[in-house]
Design a protein around this ligand. Sequence first.
Ligand SMILES: Cc1cc2nc3c(=O)[nH]c(=O)nc-3n(C[C@H](O)[C@H](O)[C@H](O)COP(=O)(O)O)c2cc1C
Length: 256
Amino acid sequence: MNVLLVHAHPERTSVTHQLAEISAEVLKGQHHEVMQSDLYAMDWKAVFDARDFPRRARENRLSFIEESGHAFANGYQTPDVEEEQRKLAVADAVILHFPLWWFSMPAIMKGWVDRIWAYGLAYGYQGAGNTYRYGDGAFAGKRALLAVSVGGPEIDYSPRGINGPLDQLLFPITHGTLFFPGMQVLPTFAVYGAAAIDVEGMAAAAAAWRGRVEGLFEDEPIAFRRQNGGDYPDRHVLGDHIAPDQTGLMAHIVDT
Ligand SMILES: Cc1cc2nc3c(=O)[nH]c(=O)nc-3n(C[C@H](O)[C@H](O)[C@H](O)COP(=O)(O)O)c2cc1C
């Protein structure tokens, strides 16, 4: 299998970087092909802007969706974006390694998504609007997994914890970014208290992470409801008979 590791930390001794190194080691040990996108080392351009469209569809107004579709369809994307899309196309699984910064991914990784998730690929797939979103799409058949270093303690992320549950905080990434174009997303792996982790804590985290990497192609994905699986009769809203007492993010996950 081909696995793409994307990581967003410039410091080799960071928890994030250590976990990424374990990923590469375990996967290579299992004879998988490992591709790396070490975003800081690549000096990845984080901002999505006019430089992404050297050959514009329209000069007088910058419409990102229109220009993204035009560049993707006509081979006018920048080489750095094309190279990342090429890696993704051959990847059977993608692991995103990042520290939790303001309850989300660092800007450099958000910018990786913004620029690579092109119109016609990750959204507007096959020129068919929203026909293929949430469970179907260009990335269907691929697996995805987040490995997150979290500064705060686990209790702050518990069901009634002050920060809110991590799964819900990261829902825009797991559901909105990865499941949207079709990936099967595994439950997030988190190392809590990562800002002040000691040697024993790091050893425990490393061992737990090894187990998750070993299960990359076996573990059960999060049971997000598919747009075209029957739960959304009009493709917008859950049917009245689906989780009738639930609203909010968790209604979009099948109770297991
Ligand atoms: C800009 C910034 C924002 C952060 N935001 C959060 C946050 O929202 N929640 C949290 O628990 N920790 C937060 N932290 C702490 C980091 O998550 C923590 O330093 C990191 O996980 C340590 O892992 P590392 O060794 O991989 O950097 C933040 C740190 C920085 C620098």
